[in-house]
Ligand binder design. Sequence first.
Ligand code: GDP
Length: 433
Amino acid sequence: KSVVAIVGRPNVGKSTIFNRLVGERISIVEDIPGITRDRIYAEGEWLTSTFNIIDTGGIEIGDEPLLLKMRQQAEVAIDEADVIIFLVNGREGITAADEEVAKLLFKSNKPVVLAVNKIDNPEMREKIYEFYSLGFGEPYPISGTHGLGLGDLLDAVVDLFPEQESAEAEEDTIYFSLIGRPNVGKSSLVNAILNEERVIVSEIEGTTRDAIDTKLRKDKQDYVIIDTAGMRKRGKVYETTEKYSVLRALKAIERSDVVLVLIDAETGIREQDKKIAGYAHDAGRAIVIVVNKWDTVVANEKAMKEFETKIRAHFQFLDYAPIVFLSAKTKKRLHTLLPAIDLASENHAKRVPTNVLNDVIMDALAMNPTPTIKGRRLKILYTTQVAAKPPSFVVFVNDPELMHFSYKRFLENKIRDAFGFVGTPIKIFARKR
Ligand code: GDP
């Protein structure tokens, strides 16, 4: 998928434009209580293209002086994006800061579309002409607050997308990535897996700009590890910021079937772990929770139960994810990891027979009758699986409005129990018949 970044000095309206371009998509993501999300990276859609957008303004880089901050945000965009939207403020004209950003973008040779924001009515259109002098060709007048001009802007952006390199995902190969905060042991675990007995590492190749893919094979199963942690380009300041590592994690999640959410047994669960795990859940990937550094605690059955209780309380939305305890350092219990990945992946791709599915729903209805809202009862007519990865179901009903959240949850649990969807989220949609 192509990546678009929005760049510009502060207060030109980057976040407003970002929210405009992704707004609808974001609102369909179900809200999980207790997770705050940083809206710096999201999927956008225009005509037949879907792409990812980065709001570089959301990547806060400490208490740097303004100019340095802008420089770093521009660098992120230049490194990560296929097309850059350079945003300026039509009400203020060109400022020295705009020229600074222009200089950086100019040197980068990345395709840039210049957008002049805050052109809220046609009379203001003439204000765009001075921006020709920035040297990025035709300026596109837009209004973030009124949602004007975005179509033309997106046409120009989409035209500049590169031909998609078709890095064909191989069927039957399980793609997985490791996410977690710095020092949780991601690199150590990758190395431990690669050095495990009977694992054949066939090939190491740089496939994308952002990740090193490593192919491995064990017991006739092929895997690809998408390793973003291993390829940090050391030295750049922004690489150490939390939001930047989130960005990297998101890109890895996107290409994964299974995401390993790493937690540090030694330091326990932190807010950041929850946030990162929330992204994987939202993306609908299979998930295995890995408690690393299990060598550092008094590891017995009781400790494991206690840690598990803690995890379940913190990650209620991941109640389907199996938990693996291991040590990347001593390799203790490492052999339990690949089987957990296999199971999660298998369930993630699973399709269930329609007749059995409808029997399960009938049983559920018998056990817990459908709710009534304002005197009208929900009627469930028919259920069918419409997709896998993750398994997604459409329930045809008399009126989707009558499908209360808690009843949907009840059906989800019934389906989950009946088919054993360990390790994968499942989605249920109510549609009018
Ligand atoms: P990353 O930033 O997530 O890639 O973490 P690293 O793999 O670089 O590991 C961070 C630190 O934790 C290093 O000092 C590792 O030696 C240490 N570490 C990693 N895994 C384990 C483990 O299972 N047990 C212990 N005791 N230390 C570990």
